[in-house]
Each structure stands twice: as structure tokens, then as C-alpha cells.
Design a protein. Structure first.
Ligand code: NAD
Length: 476
């Protein structure tokens, strides 16, 4: 059974229910995750609240010194963390290494706290009166990540929170809990005091206990759209600040002037990287005008040749999906797409017969926004191809979606690129890139139903989220 971390103690909660953790490449059970309840959550929050009294007053240079040590230890453990990710998530080792690297970049950013946490000051705002703005931590913060980036997404959250003087309770995904557990070991090894980071394993019950706990001040959530809405509404109703990042239905617009040599590999990466289990995955490719003519043949040919298999085997490009039931749900979308009139260009369902939770790259053509595959998040290696007569029509198709996480365009025209940038309703927008992922020093979030809150994740938004401002007015 995987343990919670409460203060300095690794504690196996006394729970009636637990869930298996799988190696999705084999279907083998590799661990058991406890479904912690209200009492376990309360113990972790109390440990965080006790640590807050000292940690919030610890000098910023001391907090940063520990953060630098954490960063150095993470660098030493890239391979170890990548192997853990691949083992229980399934993505390829290269994808896992990339995930760890992107997570470490947030720790790099957190090491800039002495600059990032500065306030500002204005003397003589009125005769003999000065005003000064100071930043303070908010208290105990909680983080609730999804399954698909078990190391990177926790690192979006707790390093910035703790470097700002907060203490933290992390509730990892019950499907991929091992990455966070290893991060916590490394965090303690770096020398952070007990209670600064606590881990509670579990699912909805543990989340709901955090959302209503009177001693939790801020909630960072990343996951599916319906749960993001629930988290936002519940936590806000209990007086907490909330950032809740939800699901995606990302469109890739391909103009007739796009260079196929760039576009084809980019679409394969966008749609099938991480087995499509990425909130920045391209889900619908909209071919504008004649763009489909030169695109579909090479795209289908290359997708059919992608190597599917266990993520720790050399040469594998597409790993398994997270669970058998999720794989079956994704395959169900393919059946539904065909039933609703889409044509099947590449069928990856042949991979379902092997052990593990596999589904190969699949491409459906002539998809419309009325079809389930054209409007709902699938979260698997299924690319829908839609057609549009013009860029205006392609942008309108993307903007019809209730979700607005990412959108990207492939074109050689600055005019088309600019129109797309100005008009597409997506918080993360790409031009000739497969995955428009903001770096750690920029804010990360979608628009519309993909996000509830106002301050995005990481970048200076992260600092704003994890601090509260006090203005002092002085006359001597
Ligand atoms: P999920 O919503 O099922 O789970 C996310 C977290 O919420 C988990 O920790 C889980 O334990 C908890 N949870 C699940 N159901 C709950 C409920 N009913 N009440 C309270 N808590 C609950 O998401 P997932 O399947 O783990 O992750 C995939 C989803 O996350 C996709 O929709 C994907 O687009 C999204 N995602 C979004 C981003 C982004 O930046 N916007 C990034 C990664 C993933």
C-alpha cells in the first residue's frame, strides 16, 4: 500500500478501500493506492498548518537555498523519475524525460523568488505619506493533479507555493500516484522542514474534503472539465481562491500553403504523442481549401507506421492508454464516429488484442462539429480530420467548441497566422508548432470551459496566485 506523507511521517492510512495501480503496458498490478478519507485529509492539513507558522516567516533566501538543492536533486533523478512515470503511466521514456524536464523548469523559475516576491513602493503619495506593497503567503494550499503528467503537474504547483512561504497538501491522481510520492522523498532529502509538503492519496472523497476544509486557503486543480467546474464552484463557495484547469478539444488548422514536411510530423506528434493523453493534444485537424489533397496520404501512411508498444522499449513511439476502460471508451468514439458518417482512414483498434491497454493511432476523415468525435474530448490517439472552405470557416469551427485550451495553425502566410492569433478563442495558441506549451515563466491555461478562475498556472500568475498583497500607508 502506498503511504501518505503527514509532516515527516510516511503513514499508511487506515482505509477500507484502495485501488490497484497498473503498469498499463502489461496490465500487471504494481501497487495499491489508499482512498484516504476526511480524517486523513485533516491530519495532512493540520501538519501543513503547523508548519506554516514557522515556514511563512522563514527568510526568503533560506527557502530559495532549499529550492536550489531540490532542483539539483531533481536533476540527479531525471532517469529515475522518468522510469517511474513510464512504469505506471505508460508513455515512452523520451516523453517521460521531457515531462520531468518541463517540471524542473518550474523549479528553476521558483528559484527566482527573491525577485518575484518583491513588492513596490511609492514615497510622497500625498504630502509626507508613503505607500508600500508587500507580498505575503496565503496559508495552506492544496494541489489536485490529473493522471497524465504525474511529475510535471505537481511541479507546476507546490514549488511556487512553498517558495512563496505557503505550506502544501498534494492529492496525486489515484491512477498515477507514484511520481508524486518520489517527488516528496526528494523534497525531504533536499532538507525542507516537515509539514511544508504533505501527500494524501485518494480520489473524489479526499478532494471534496480539501475543497471544504476551513484551514485550506487555495486550491490548484488540473483535470477534466466537469471536475474543474465542481472544484471551482465548491472551493469558491467555501471562500478559497481557486485555479481550475479543465479539458480540451484542440484544433489544428492546416492552410493550403502549409509545408507538408513540417506539418505531417507535427500533426503526428500533436495527435499521437503521449498516446493522445495530453491536454495540448491536437484532436481535430481542419484542412482548409485544397490542404487535404497533399496532407492526408502522407499523414495516414506515417500514422499507420508508428511503432506502438511498451514505453520502455527502444523505438516505440506510442505507448498504452492509462486503463482498459479508458481504452475501450476511446475505441467507442471510433465506432461512434464511423456510425455518424466519418470515414476511417487509419484504424488502430487492431492493437487492442495485445496484453496491456493499447490502441494504435487512428484517423477519421470528414468529421463535422456535430459528431461526438468532432466536439467531445476523446483523450486518446484518435485524430479527426475536418474540412473548411476558408480560414474564417476553420476558425469558426474551432470557436464553436465549448472548450478553448489550445489551437494551432500551419501556414506560410503571416496574414493568416495573424488572423488566427487574433480570432481563435484558445488560451494557448500556436503558429507552426504542434504543441503550444507555455514555458514555466509564462502563464499556462486555456479559455472558456477549459479554465475556471482568473490567475493561470505558473509564470508570474503563479506568484500572484500563491501570495496576497498588503499595502501599508505611512506618515511619520
Ligand atoms: P479527472 O478530472 O478525472 O481527475 C483529476 C483529479 O480530480 C484527480 O486527482 C481525481 O482524483 C480528482 N477527481 C476525479 N473525479 C472527481 C470528482 N468527481 N470529485 C472530486 N475530485 C475528482 O482527470 P484525469 O482523467 O485524471 O485527467 C485527464 C483530464 O485532465 C483531461 O480532461 C485533460 O484534458 C485534463 N488536463 C487538463 C490540463 C490543462 O492544463 N488544462 C492538463 C492536463 C490534463
Amino acid at each position: 500500500m502506498i503511504s501518505n506523507l503527514v509532516g515527516s511521517e510516511w503513514r499508511t492510512p487506515d482505509v477500507e478501500r484502495s485501488l490497484p495501480v497498473y503498469n498499463p503496458a502489461t496490465g500487471e498490478v504494481i501497487g495499491q493506492v489508499p482512498l484516504s478519507g476526511t480524517k486523513d485529509v485533516d491530519a495532512a492539513v493540520q501538519a501543513a498548518a503547523a508548519a506554516y507558522r514557522t515556514w511563512s516567516r522563514t527568510a526568503v533566501m533560506e527557502r530559495v537555498r532549499l529550492m536550489f538543492r531540490f532542483k539539483a536533486l531533481l536533476e540527479d533523478n531525471v532517469e529515475d523519475l522518468a522510469a517511474i512515470i513510464t512504469r505506471h503511466h505508460g508513455k515512452t521514456l523520451d516523453e517521460s524525460r521531457g515531462e520531468v524536464r518541463r517540471g524542473i523548469e518550474v523549479v528553476d523559475f521558483a528559484c527566482g523568488a527573491p525577485t518575484l516576491l518583491q513588492g513596490r513602493t511609492m514615497r510622497d503619495v500625498s504630502a509626507g505619506v508613503d505607500q508600500d506593497l508587500y507580498r505575503y503567503p496565503v496559508g495552506v494550499c492544496a494541489g489536485i493533479p490529473p493522471f497524465n503528467f504525474p511529475v510535471m503537474i505537481p511541479l507546476w504547483m507546490f514549488p511556487l507555493a512553498v517558495v512563496a512561504g505557503n505550506t502544501f497538501v498534494l492529492k496525486p491522481s489515484e491512477r498515477t500516484p507514484l511520481g508524486a510520492a518520489r517527488l516528496a522523498e526528494i523534497f525531504l532529502e533536499a532538507g525542507f522542514p516537515e509539514g511544508v509538503l504533505n501527500i494524501v492519496h485518494g480520489a473524489a472523497e479526499a478532494v471534496d474534503a480539501l475543497l471544504v476544509h476551513p484551514d485550506v486557503q487555495a486550491i490548484s486543480f488540473v483535470g477534466s472539465a466537469p471536475v474543474a467546474r465542481h472544484v471551482y464552484q465548491t472551493a469558491a463557495a467555501h471562500g478559497k481562491r481557486v485555479q481550475a484547469l479543465g479539458g480540451a478539444k484542440n484544433h489544428i488548422v492546416v492552410m493550403p500553403d502549409a509545408d507538408p514536411e513540417i506539418t505531417v510530423p507535427a500533426i503526428l506528434n500533436s495527435a499521437f504523442g503521449n498516446a493522445g493523453e495530453r491536454c495540448l493534444a491536437g484532436s481535430v485537424a481542419v484542412a482548409v481549401g485544397q490542404a487535404a489533397d497533399g496532407l492526408l496520404g502522407p499523414l495516414a501512411g506515417a500514422a499507420a507506421k508508428m511503432v506502438v508498444g511498451p514505453g520502455d522499449q527502444a523505438g516505440v513511439q506510442v505507448g498504452p492508454l492509462i486503463r482498459a476502460d479508458h481504452r475501450d471508451r476511446v475505441a467507442g468514439y471510433v465506432d461512434r464516429g464511423v456510425a455518424e458518417g466519418a470515414s476511417l482512414l487509419v484504424d488502430g483498434r487492431g492493437q487492442m488484442s495485445r496484453p496491456g491497454f493499447f490502441l494504435g493511432p487512428t484517423i477519421l476523415d470528414h468529421v463535422t462539429p456535430d459528431m461526438a468525435v468532432g466536439r467531445e474530448e476523446i483523450f486518446g490517439p484518435v485524430l479527426s480530420v475536418a474540412r473548411a472552405h476558408s480560414l474564417d470557416e476553420a476558425i469558426a469551427q474551432a470557436n464553436r467548441m465549448s472548450l478553448g485550451n489550445m489551437a494551432t495553425i500551419f501556414t506560410q502566410s503571416g496574414r493568416s497566422a495573424r488572423q488566427f492569433r487574433e480570432q481563435v478563442e484558445a488560451g494557448m495558441t500556436g503558429i507552426n508548432v504542434p504543441i503550444a506549451q507555455p514555458f514555466a515563466f509564462f502563464p499556462f491555461s486555456g479559455w472558456k470551459g477549459s479554465f475556471y478562475g482568473d490567475l493561470h498556472v505558473h509564470g508570474t500568475d503563479g506568484i500572484e496566485f500563491y501570495t496576497r498583497k498588503k499595502v501599508v500607508v505611512t506618515r511619520w
